[in-house]
Design a protein around this ligand. Structure first.
Ligand code: PEP
Ligand code: MG
Length: 322
C-alpha cells in the first residue's frame, strides 16, 4: 500500500476529470519543511508559529524568528508558504506573558486580539516575516479575524513595518499575499466584504466548528457537537467559496477535517481550492482525489445540501462518494 501511494509522489492533485486542487501541509516547526517535501506536499498551508513562543521562558526575538521563517521559506523553494501570525491564548498559554485568567478563554483574549493589543510583539514578528520574504513565496495569514477593522489594522501595521524596512534599505518581496483565517461565524457572514480586501482565505474548521455550535472544542461534555459535516458547516464553506471566487480569491481549508476521507469529496464538491493537512496524509488524499469525478461530486452536492444532519451527510458520502 505504501508502495502504491508513492506513485502519487510527483503527480499533481487532480480528479479523474481534470479538476485540480492543491494539497499542502500544516506544520508547527521550521524543520517540518523537510517532511512536507518528502511526503509530496505542494507547499505549506499553515505554519503555526505559536509553537515558537511556547515551551520557553521568554519571547523569541526578531533574529531568532527571522532565521526560522527564512529556513522554512527557502526550504519550500518558491512553493507557496503560508505563515500564520501567532495564535496564542485560548488553550495556548505562555508562561512569560501574563494573560488574564478568563472564564471563557476561547471567547477571550487570543490570536489577532493579542497581536493588535500588544503591538511590540506583533511588529517584531511581522518584521521577521518581511525580512524572510525574499527567500521564496511567503503568504502572511492573520488568525481569528472577525471584523474588517481587525483585518485592516493588522494589514496597516504590516505595511508600516514594510515601509520602515524599505526605508532602511532592506529587501522585501513585492508579492507577499496577505490573507486571513475564516474561523468565526462573523467572518463567514461578511465574507463578501473581506473578499475585497484579503488576498486569500483559509477556513479554520477546528475553531469554526466550535464557534458555530458554541461548543468548546476541548470540553468532552459537549464533544458530540463537533460536527464537521453538519449542514451549517457545509453552508458556511459554500458561502466562503462563492464570495472568494466572485472576487478571484482562493479558499483553503486547514482544520483537521481537510485531511479526512469523508471531508475530501465534500470540500472538493464545494469548490475549495486547497486542502492543508498533516504531511503524513497528503499522498493518501491525492490518491483518493485521483479516483473522484468533480462534475459528479458537484451533482451530488446539490442533494447533499438538502440533507439535515451531520449523520445523514456522513452516510450519504460513505454510500456514494467513497
Ligand atoms: C483551525 O482552527 O481550524 C486551525 C487550523 O487553527 P488552530 O487549530 O491552530 O486553532
Ligand atoms: Mg484556529
Amino acid at each position: 500500500r505504501e508502495e502504491l501511494l508513492r506513485n502519487y509522489f510527483s503527480m499533481s492533485s487532480v480528479t479523474m476529470d481534470g479538476h485540480q486542487v492543491h494539497l499542502v501541509a500544516n506544520i508547527g516547526a521550521p524543520e517540518d519543511g523537510e517532511t512536507v517535501l518528502s511526503e509530496g506536499g505542494e507547499g505549506i498551508g499553515l505554519f503555526r508559529t505559536e509553537f515558537m513562543y511556547m515551551n520557553r521562558n521568554r519571547l523569541p526575538d526578531e533574529e531568532e524568528q527571522f532565521e526560522a521563517y527564512q529556513a522554512v521559506i527557502s526550504k519550500m523553494e518558491y512553493r507557496p508558504t503560508v505563515i500564520r501570525t501567532m495564535d496564542i491564548g485560548g488553550d495556548k498559554a505562555l508562561p512569560y506573558l501574563e494573560l488574564p485568567n478568563e472564564m471563557n478563554p476561547f471567547l477571550g483574549y487570543r490570536a489577532i486580539r493579542i497581536s493588535l493589543d500588544r503591538q511590540t510583539i506583533f511588529r517584531t514578528q511581522l518584521r521577521a516575516l518581511l525580512r524572510a520574504s525574499k527567500f521564496g513565496k511567503l503568504k502572511i495569514m492573520f488568525p481569528m479575524i472577525s471584523t474588517l477593522e481587525e483585518f485592516r489594522t493588522a494589514k496597516s501595521i504590516l505595511f508600516e513595518e514594510k515601509e520602515k524596512l524599505l526605508n532602511a534599505g532592506v529587501i522585501v518581496s513585492e508579492d507577499i499575499e496577505v490573507g486571513m483565517m475564516v474561523e468565526t461565524p462573523a467572518a463567514v457572514m461578511i465574507v463578501d466584504l473581506f473578499a475585497q480586501e484579503a488576498d486569500f482565505f483559509s477556513i479554520g474548521t477546528n475553531d469554526l466548528i466550535q464557534y458555530m455550535f458554541a461548543a468548546d472544542r476541548l470540553n468532552e461534555q459537549v464533544s458530540y457537537l463537533y460536527q464537521p459535516y453538519h449542514p451549517a458547516i457545509l453552508r458556511a464553506v459554500q458561502k466562503v467559496v462563492e464570495a472568494a471566487h466572485l472576487n478571484g480569491k482562493s479558499v483553503g481549508v486547514c482544520g483537521e477535517m481537510a485531511g479526512e476521507q469523508i471531508a475530501i469529496p465534500l470540500l472538493l464538491a464545494l469548490g475549495v481550492d486547497e486542502l492543508s493537512m498533516d504531511p503524513s496524509v497528503i499522498l493518501k488524499a491525492r490518491s483518493q482525489i485521483a479516483k473522484l469525478n468533480h462534475e459528479e461530486l458537484r451533482k451530488h452536492m446539490q442533494h447533499i445540501l438538502t440533507l439535515a444532519t451531520d449523520k445523514d451527510v456522513t452516510e450519504y458520502v460513505k454510500l456514494h462518494l467513497l
